[in-house]
Ligand binder design. Sequence first.
Ligand code: NAP
Length: 329
Amino acid sequence: MQLKRAINFFELWEMTGVVTMNNYDVIIVGAGPAGLTAALFNARSKLKTLCIDEIGNGGQAAITDLIENYPGFPEGITGSKLTIKMAEQVERFGAEKITEKVQKLKLEEEYRVVVTNQSKYRAKAVIIASGASPRMLGCPGEIDFRGRGVSYCATCDGAFYEGSNILVIGGGNAAVEEAVYLTKFADKVTLVHRRQELRAAKVAQERAFTNPKIDIIWDSVVEKISGNSSVEKVILKNVRSGERREMFVDGVFVYAGLEPNSAWVKGVVRLDEKGNILTDENMCTNIKGVYAAGDVRRKLLRQVLTAASDGAIAAFHAERYIESQFYGS
Ligand code: NAP
């Protein structure tokens, strides 16, 4: 007899009866500010809580140099310090944390099942806080030179560029703030923006405009990145005049916005045309018992503070849902 479909490894594993699926009240996918806050709230409410993240703690916030608009830190705080403190607070209340790659969300009657590259976990409610990843430019050379002069993380790679000449792409908060940060190392930082006006907050713009190491090239995009063993030059195109110019650089830092990490729930929860998860103001998705929080959902203001707020709201409503659905209160 031919099998209608291949039985996957986990199904086989479960069928043996040797291993049973781990059950939780709430599973939170993502350990950035949204996920960690949700984990804090749910664990503090004594729900059996699991937080899964592919990399570790902190998400995008952990690789942000200085966060100045999270209340309580008048001098600002580095993203890494803030997210380490958030993770410590979660641990204090006993949420479990694991580092695995989440691959799929399955709906199983009243339960929700999160499938990772290593196992399956079942919960009464799931909070999706899988965040967002840097958007790529898509120009020739970008992928070839990734890790060899093309970077998406100034706090990770900036120190390698002591005394060098760097290009930063983008006009948002990340591009402008990280361009200023990179002047700690580089001799020269050139910000390339596709329009004539930056999108970043005014305070960040002023710091860039008054920094003697920063030049700005307006109305331009990177058409090609090239080099030998590492990046050596780029071709810039002026989008108004069509004029092209070659520029010699040691590194290219790309801050062209973020793409939601939602591919793993496509077809399960409702997304907008850009892949952002659609929620209501209670962070509920279109699926009962499934919530979304932080940068993975459609929202206007993407900040550590608003991610944490989303996480708290999602956790609160997940808890209420579990009480009413499973315990009838
Ligand atoms: P963003 O605000 O979406 O800005 C992306 C920038 O990249 C825009 O200026 C955009 O140009 C440009 N861009 C997009 N696609 C491009 C392409 N293919 N080629 C060249 N340029 C391109 O993204 P972000 O700066 O990464 O920030 C992400 C979110 O985090 C935002 O909501 C931001 O406010 C938040 N954030 C906040 C802080 C803070 O508050 N301190 C710090 C970092 C990030 P256009 O302007 O022409 O669209």
